[in-house]
Ligand binder design. Sequence first.
Ligand code: LER
Ligand code: MN
Length: 271
Amino acid sequence: MITSAVTISLVPEARGGPFVFWDDLEAGCARAAALGFDAIEIFPTHADDLDGLVLRELLRKHGLRLAAVGTGAGWVRRKLRLTDPDPHVRMCARDFIGAVIDFAGGFGAPAIIGSMQGRWGDGVSREQALAWLKEELDQLGPRAHALETPLLYEPLNRYETNLFNTVADSLGFLATLRTQNVKLLCDLFHMSIEEADIAGALKRAGPKLGHVHFADSNRRAIGWGHTDIAPVAEALKSMGYAGHVSAECLPLPDSDAAAAQTIASFRRWFR
Ligand code: LER
Ligand code: MN
């Protein structure tokens, strides 16, 4: 079954970013539950800033699950990335992500590698950047596997990374890894920029699809942009996708309205 999720950012430096609820985990959980979401996705400052007992109680109280945990604050706040030329920065990036994997894994949820993948250039060749990324994913993938969760790799649009922008290219790269535990996070916003056929790309990912970021072409809630969602929903259903579609969209016109529009779209297409 496909389930719904909504993002909660706890990172002040990410203000203006594509997250539905902000700053207050308890209030975000309460709103998510009141609107009928199945799960939340958290964007924390650091795994150590999350209190596992508090989160467990919030999820229990509101009947929610943890869908995934983002690692982008490592880039936003500390400029950590897995393809940095400085080995110390790469090590800190790996530790940052590793801590999120361990925390999220305790809740049966995966960690997301999006902006922490970095990019090539500025003296780093594409070949070298990909070799570093492969090395890091081959360490982090098994760490997640030990907790029986996948690790999510997210192709981003061309303005955010020059490593991989499409599902097809990302799948080719994942096939070169030793670990089989890295799955794809397909973000419908990035896909609306990069893919010729979003539904076809999702089908191509098939069993490698681990998570979906649910946002329209303009990164607003689904239904408020020009993505044709019917074939996308049909693709996800027909391929037997059984993960979350998680609203990582702009809080416009405000958080509650974006969340309400998302859950209305979710019900229309998936229930
Ligand atoms: C960034 O654009 C994004 O989509 C996030 O999910 C990556 O951390
Ligand atoms: Mn995303």
